[in-house]
Design a protein around this ligand. Structure first.
Ligand code: GTP
Length: 339
């Protein structure tokens, strides 16, 4: 019996996974394929799903990411998708804070129940952001980024428009040391020749490198690490009386804020431009006070994108803020008073 191929998209928060996914879906649909998607988001709401082709079946796994329980859930989602829809291909977009090995383990569990196999693990890297962390050379985010690079079969050095060619060359050398076997492509908005999809579907099953296989890596860590035990007790949930929700996931904090009224777009843009550096990712939907239109915003490492959307289904006006060690109370207060 033919196995359903699975592609895993990995990469830190805001690196460009959804941008890549939309391009892949366009290619797959144009080729007459029937893909299905599993999206795994850090927050409580799936905003990225709003950007995708409506006709493509999608399953959401919210609020979770790298913990042990999600592995079992992922296995069940895959089984159900295969049983119900028998798609030609399943694409899994992991959360930006997922260690790809957790996703790999989840798929491996699913493979005990249904005929599936991983064909590729594609890690998207935010070029400018990675270089910042590399220069710092430490921190859990940096180690997570390296794990995501190390496990991949293909690497996209994305947002290369935001760095110089010299930095790009330097970066490629660095990531080649971390993962000497993966193909490396530099991209802008994840734009590259999508014809590889057909090739990759014919390829052998992908198995991430095992310990010691990356001999030339300068760091002591040689393998994609399994962090199961680290993550058993690191979830904290707090709700306030407005239903706003904070969720600290490991070292990355997530604050979800619900808007009760339309928002002045200009004031909002100004607010976002003044967010502290510690809040490096935000996304959401709000209603414009000027026009009454629904607006989707994306904020990643100080770059804000804002566009009109017509939400699929009933979607609240909501914003999700992600970062490290920022004060959620201060952020909430700012939102309540200035927006
Ligand atoms: N300048 C620039 N911006 C980009 C590029 N690729 C993506 N972006 C923007 O970066 C932001 C984040 O992109 P996404 O595709 O949502 O990133 P993601 O990895 O799915 O984000 P999470 O799901 O939050 O982890 C969006 O505003 C994109 O439009 C690029 O090559 N250059």
């Amino acid at each position: 019996m033919k196995k359903v191929p699975i592609l895993i998209l990995s990469g830190f928060l805001g690196s460009g996974k959804t941008t890549l996914l939309t391009k892949m879906l366009t290619t797959c649909v144009a080729k007459g394929m029937r893909p299905a998607i599993i999206m795994n988001e850090v927050g409580d709401v799936n905003l990225d799903g709003q950007l995708l082709e409506e006709s493509v079946p999608m399953r959401e796994m919210l609020s979770g990411c790298i913990c042990c329980t999600i592995r079992g859930d992922l296995g069940m989602e895959i089984k159900q998708l295969v049983d119900d829809l028998s798609p030609d291909l399943i694409i899994i977009e992991a959360t930006g804070v997922a260690n790809p090995m957790e996703i790999f383990d989840g798929v491996t569990e699913a493979a005990l129940l249904v005929h599936v196999e991983i064909k590729a693990m594609i890690t998207v890297i935010d070029a400018a952001h990675f270089m910042q962390w590399h220069r710092k050379g430490s921190g859990r985010t940096y180690h997570l980024m390296r794990d995501q690079i190390r496990c991949a079969s293909m690497l996209l050095v994305n947002k290369s428009d935001l760095i110089s060619t010299t930095e790009l060359d330097e970066m490629k050398q660095i990531i080649h040391l971390v993962n000497p076997v993966a193909a490396i492509y530099s991209t802008v908005y994840c734009e590259f020749d999508q014809s590889w999809i057909e090739g990759v579907l014919q390829a052998h099953e992908f198995v991430p490198v095992q310990e010691g296989q990356h001999h030339n890596e300068e760091n002591v860590q040689h393998t994609c690490e399994h962090h199961h035990h680290d993550h058993e007790h690191d979830h904290h949930h707090d709700y306030d009386h407005d239903g706003n929700h904070s969720h600290s996931y490991d070292h990355v904090m997530v604050y979800t804020h619900y808007f009760n009224q339309p928002i002045d777009s200009e004031r909002f843009e100004q607010f976002v431009s003044q967010l502290p550096d510690k809040v490096y990712r935000a996304k959401g939907i709000f209603t414009s006070a000027e026009t009454g239109e629904r607006m989707l915003f994306q904020f990643a490492y100080r770059q804000l994108e804002l566009f009109r959307i017509q939400p699929q289904g009933k979607v609240h006006d909501v914003a999700v803020f992600m970062g490290e060690q920022f004060s959620q109370n201060e952020l909430k207060l700012e939102l309540d008073t200035t927006i």
